[in-house]
Design a protein around this ligand. Structure first.
Ligand code: GDP
Length: 296
């Protein structure tokens, strides 16, 4: 919980602080409800979700008199509006393959490194695949992380076939008995159809080389991009089967309502959240901690 509390301090102390202020009279009249709706919309929750939450708050506050503090009721309703589902953590087969997708700058490479750190500290052997062959900087960045975390990085030259990098990474993992292959992919959006074709090709290689894989396809979303990020996410969802979302940069947003909008509009569980640039700034998503930290 402390990590959530620190990570979301900006959101708590900016937008969500106003909820506490308007609720301080502990009476839910129309003025308070109107102000609350404005705050929720401002938090990036989206108009539809904000409205639904408000309606639920109204009817349950009337019906259920066990809540004498509306803030506690709101918190429970917010928690119910988030799905909980854990990222793969039950390793029975080798190698486990996790595909990481998302637009450039969303935090894919950093998330790959953070996951490598998380799984290595659980005693798993990890291979990182530098499958964003479009940008030399992406390959270099992943290699740097590999050095820092003492994790193998399989990379080819810029411009080479991304699916071939993935094939090599899986072959390496199989021959050395490694537990997990984390695949960092490209995220250029201006040539969307090519990117989606490339991701599909990578997926086919993974499926062919490891039965049952990919075990997880994580879509990385920048938590500061609001509704814009959600429409990008929909494009990925249409092209490939996403099993979980990673919301990054939540430390940098004064909003934080984006998690509810993501859940509602994409109907894919958030599995991980990023609260910073360092390797330890990744947390397994927990709706209870998330909402407590926002309203705490
Ligand atoms: P990619 O292009 O999707 O691979 O994105 P990167 O992993 O290169 O990340 C883009 C920038 O966002 C980098 O400067 C990262 O340090 C930064 N970043 C990634 N995740 C987080 C996060 O959770 N919090 C903050 N504050 N910065 C992050």
């Amino acid at each position: 919980f402390e990590k959530f509390k620190n990570g979301l301090s900006k959101a708590r102390n900016t937008i969500f602080k106003n909820i506490k202020t308007i609720f301080s009279g502990k009476v839910l009249d129309d003025d308070v409800l109107e102000e609350l709706e404005e705050i929720l919309i401002m938090s990036d929750m989206g108009v539809e979700v904000s409205h639904e939450i408000l309606e639920e708050l109204k009817s349950r506050y009337k019906a259920d008199n066990s809540y004498n503090d509306p803030l506690l009721l709101l918190r429970d309703i917010l928690v119910e509006n988030l799905q909980k589902d854990e990222v793969v953590n039950d390793f029975q087969q080798k190698p486990y393959v996790i595909l990481i997708v998302g637009v450039n700058g969303s935090g894919k490479t950093t998330t790959a490194a953070k996951l490598a750190k998380m799984y290595s500290s659980q005693g798993k052997e990890v291979v990182l695949a530098a499958a964003d062959t479009f940008r030399a900087a992406a390959i270099e960045q992943l290699k740097e992380w590999g050095n820092r975390l003492n994790t193998t990085v399989i990379a080819h030259q810029k411009g080479s076939d991304a699916a071939a990098v993935v094939y090599d990474a899986i072959t390496h993992a199989k021959s050395r008995g490694k537990d997990i292959v984390l695949i960092d992919t490209a995220g250029r959006l201006h040539t969307k159809s090519n990117l989606m074709d490339e991701l599909k090709k990578i997926r086919r290689v993974v499926e062919r080389e490891v039965p049952g894989a990919p075990h997880e396809t994580l879509l990385v979303l920048d938590g500061t991009t609001g509704q814009n990020g959600i429409s990008q996410a929909k494009a990925f969802k249409e092209a490939i089967d996403i099993t979980g979302i990673v919301v990054t940069k939540l430390d940098g947003t004064a909003k934080g309502g984006i998690a509810f909008a993501i859940n509602h509009e994409l109907n894919i569980p958030i599995k991980l959240v990023g609260f910073g640039e360092k390797e330890d700034d990744l947390q397994i998503f927990d709706p209870q901690s998330y909402c407590n930290a926002l309203l705490g």
